[in-house]
Design a protein around this ligand. Structure first.
Ligand code: SF4
Length: 297
């Protein structure tokens, strides 16, 4: 008897597949356990050649129902349809490519943050060819009002950090995991990050930085898909490529990613500034940056 998924489960599965499409993952392979079992059976020695299906009838029922469920999903949702390539793909000019991503984002209503008091979408700012990119968590009140990331007190501290590295704010690119202000500056929720971050990934693939600095645990966990405390995340480089995406430039194999404290946290606990400076010095060494003379004295 055909097993049909209930509507909620079907929608959830369709949403998940669309999310993978947003990440640039289009190819899905259905693992057919019956075929795999029969292949495995053909490979085992005769003395171990038992009829696994006969031994595990419950497993056979589960396999059959999963198979028919997958067929039902395909028929009703057409979820395996391959989405067209992203508009910026094949565009080598990062300015034009970022513009296309912004247009694709539009007046976004993809997650619930669009109806929780945001004034505007905060897309990102800075040098579209930056070697160094900073990624925070989400816009706060000042950023929401001005439409630019890191413009409040935390932004001023980030500016100082950038200056101490011998750079100007306009040399780097700054963005957030979510582009709309979470109400009351709460931490963005998992579904909001999952919905919004594919646009950040596309921005990173277009900018092709040498180093991405994740500001704070929320940013680090979303970029790296690692759930670990800051004490474990900091102090090393990670190899990073935007999930499921390839850059238009085949010479760009991804960035190094470093994790440091969010400037808002450093405002609350200035004793950690020395630790953050160690993280930035690691990045400077990799990029061959010298601190300006004044900061070095
Ligand atoms: S946070 Fe991102 S996904 Fe959510 S509404 Fe804003 S732009 Fe869209």
């Amino acid at each position: 008897m055909a097993h049909v998924l209930d509507a909620d489960l079907r929608r959830a599965l369709a949403d998940r597949l669309r999310f993978y499409n947003e990440l640039g993952i289009y190819d899905f392979y259905r693992h057919d356990p019956l075929v795999a079992a029969s292949a495995a059976k053909a490979m085992v020695a005769p003395e171990h050649d038992t009829d696994s299906a006969a031994l595990q009838p419950e497993m056979r029922d589960i396999m059959a129902s999963r198979k028919s469920a997958a067929v039902a999903v395909v028929a009703e949702e057409n979820i395996f349809e391959v989405l067209p390539p992203k508009p910026e793909q094949g565009i080598s000019d990062p300015v034009a490519a970022l513009k296309l991503i912004r247009e694709d984002l539009g007046d976004c209503t993809r997650c619930k943050l669009h109806k929780q008091g945001r004034k505007q979408i905060v897309f990102g700012v800075g040098n579209p060819r930056a070697e160094l990119m900073f990624v925070g968590e989400g816009p706060g009140a000042d950023e929401d009002a001005q439409g630019e990331p890191f413009v409040g007190r935390a932004g001023q501290l980030l500016n100082n950090m950038i200056k101490a590295m011998g750079l100007r704010r306009e040399d780097v690119y700054i963005a957030n995991v979510v582009k709309c202000r979470p109400p009351g500056n709460r931490t963005p929720e998992r579904d909001e990050c999952e919905t919004c971050s594919p646009f950040l990934m596309r921005q990173i693939a277009v900018i092709k930085p040498k180093v991405v600095v994740a500001l704070g645990a929320v940013s680090a966990k979303n970029l790296l898909a690692i759930n670990a405390p800051m004490s474990e995340l900091r102090g090393r480089f990670y190899d990073f490529t935007p999930s499921g995406l390839r850059s238009a430039d085949s010479s760009w194999q991804g960035a190094k990613l470093a994790v440091t404290y969010h400037p808002a946290f450093l405002l609350r606990d200035p004793r950690q500034k020395g630790e953050a400076w160690k993280d930035l010095q690691m990045v400077m060494k990799y990029l061959g940056l010298e601190p300006p003379k004044k900061a070095a004295e």
